[in-house]
Design a protein. Sequence first.
Lengths: 341, 361
Amino acid sequence: MISQEGASNVSRPRGNGPPLLKATALMKYYQIRRGGWLVRKKADLKAVDGVSFSVNKGETFGIVGESGCGKSTIARLVLNIDTPTSGSVMFKDRQITGLPPGEWRKLRRRMQYVFQDPLGALDPRMKILDQVSEPLLIHNIGDISEHNDKTAEILRSMDLKDHTFYRYPFDLSGGQRQRVVLARALVLNPELLVCDEPVSALDVSIQAQVINLLAELTKRMRLTMIFISHDLSIVRHVCERVAVMYLGKIVELAQGELLFDRPAHPYTQALLSAIPIPEPGLKRKRTFLKGDPPSPIDLPPGCRFHTRCHLAKQVCKERIPELKPLKDGRMVACHIAHGEA
Amino acid sequence: MNANHLGPLLKSQREPQLQLSDLTVDFDTPSGWVRCLYGVDMEVYPGEILGLVGESGSGKSVTCMAVMQLLGPRALIRGSVRYRKQDLLSLDEKGLTQMRGREIAMIFQDPMSSLNPVHTIGRQVIESITHNTGTPVLNPTDTIGDQVEEAVVEQLGLTGQVARKEARRLLTRVGIPDPKQRLKEYPHQMSGGMSQRAMIAMALAGRPRLLIADEPTTALDVTIQAQILELIRSLRKEMGMSIILITHDLAVVAETCDRMAVMYCGRIAEKGPVKNIFADPRHPYTRGLLASLPRIDRRTDKLHPMRGSVPAPHEMPQGCAFEPRCSVALEECRLNQPSLAIGTDGHSIACFNPQRGGLQH
C-alpha cells in the first residue's frame, strides 16, 4: 500500500547512516461498538492506516493535519503508549515494537514526550524541582545532590528563575508550566523529543517564547524532534520536513519550504489557503473545502479526500492513491498530482 | 476579502450603534473586589465588523458579557453602554429579555457546550425562533390539533408549522445540508462546524442588528474556520448586521474585520481601522503581538516574543499595565496610566511612547 523505497528516498537529505526513527506501514485500528444497545455491532475506527516515514538525526519533523487525522495516535505508537495493530517502528536500526516492558523502560530515557496541556501533565501536589528531578530518580541516575544540581541547571536554561523551583504548578503561568514540562523531558538528555501540540494552549506572546526556546534547545542539544501541530504557521517556522495527514494517511511528505510554497496535494493546498494571513487587504486565491471530513469509521472508497476535493475524478473514487515521489523528490498520494487521472 | 466598503472617514461621521463609555467591571471574589475592566471606551458602527483582540484575561469576553449583562450578581458594572440611544445598564429584566436575541445576539466559543445535549437541534432552533419573535415558548414537539393551531395563529402569529419552516430556512441559510433531517438530530450527532452553524442559526432567529461572536472558530479546524468566517462575512453583507468578533488571532482580524480594538489587562491599548493598525502599529503591545506571529506565507528566521507574561488581576502595576514587559518604557509609564488618545482616522493609542516604523519581521 505504501511505497517504502520512496519513503527513505526523501528522508535522507543529510547525514549518513540510518535514520534515528523509522516507522513502516504503521496501523492502528480501534475497535468500537456502534448501533443500538440491543444488537451491538463492531466496527473499526481506522485512526492510523498504513503510515511510513523516517526521521533523521538532528532533524525536526512536523506532522500536521486536522483533528482526528491520527497525528497524536502516531506519537502514541512511536512511544509505545499504544501498540500498533500492525507495522513496525525502528529506533536506530533496532525494532522497538513489541519489546518487553523492561526494555522499554531503558528506551524511554532516550525518547521523551511533551503534551499539549502542561497543567494536566504536571503533578499538582509536587514541587517543580521534585517533578523535574523525578525522571532521574526513576532511571537511577546519580545521587540526590547531583539530581538537584542537574535539575536546577536545566530549569535555569529554560529561563525559569530560582524562586520558582520550590513552587507548585498552579503558582506558575501557562508558559512557565510548559517550560517545566520541557525541562522534565530534557533532564534525561533524550535523543528524540515528541512534542504533541506543545504551544496550542498558550497565548500568542508566550507561544513565541516557547517556540524560540525549543528551536534553541534542539540546536544546542542536537535533539531530534517530532513536532505535531494543527497550526501550520508554527510548523513552517519550526520544522524542516513535514508530513500532512488526512484521515489516518499521509497525503504529502516534503521539505518544509517546498510544501509551504508549492503544495502538490489538493488537500495541502486547501489547508494552506484556509489559514488566515495577518495582512489586511491581501489578495489571494483560496480554495474552500466543502463539508466536513468523513468519519474514520465509514471511510469512503478510493482516495479518502475525494468527497471534499474539487479536482476529484472518477479514478479517485475507485482506487486508493499510493504515496510515491514526484520529480522534485517529495512524496504525494494523489492520482491528479501524479497525472494518473 | 476585507470588505471595507464604507471607509473609515464615512464611518466616523455616522452614529455608533453601540457605544461603551468608561465601562468598568469589578468582581466580588472571596479575596475581595477584583477589577477586570478599567474604563473601556469602544464603539461599533452600523454594518461593520469590529475585531476585539487580546490574550486570555485581557477582558475581551467580559466587555461583551457586560454589554449583554450576563456577568451575574457578583459583577459590578459601571459606566455606560448605549445601544441606539438606549442605556442598556438601566434596563430591567424585561427590557433585557427584549434586547437579548432580538437586538443583540451572541454566539460562543464551544458550540458543543452551548447546545443542550438532551434536546434536538430542531427544538432548540424553534425555541429560539418562537422566543425571539414574540411567541411564548411552545413545545414544538407537541402535536396541536388543527383548531387549536389556528387559534394559536390568530393569537400569537406563529405556529409550530411556521416556526419549523423558519427553522429549515435558517439552517439552509447557514449552510447546513439536509435541514429537515438535521432538525431531528441531537447535538452529539453533528460535527463541531455544523454545531457552530446551528448556533449561528439560533442567533439569527431574532434578526438581531448586532451579533457578538466570542471566539466562534477557536474550537474548530482551520478549513472549517474558513467556512464559518466566510459565512459571518456574507451574513453581514446580506442582513446589514454589525458584528463584534472576539478573537486572539490577529490573522483572522486582518482577513475579516473593518475596525479593531486591541485589549490588554482590561484596557484598550490601541484601536482603529484594521488597515491602519496593521500598516502602522503604534502601541508597543500591538507591535509585540504582530512580531511574535509566525506566518504561513513566508519563512521567518526568528520570532520576536515579548518578555514576561500578563500580570494577574490583583497584581496590576501602578502605571501602564504593559510597562513591565515593554521594551520602550519611560519613567512616566511606571508611574501613570496613559489614557486613550484619539488620533486621526480614528486610530487611537493609549501609550506615552508610541512607536513608528516597520516591525523587525
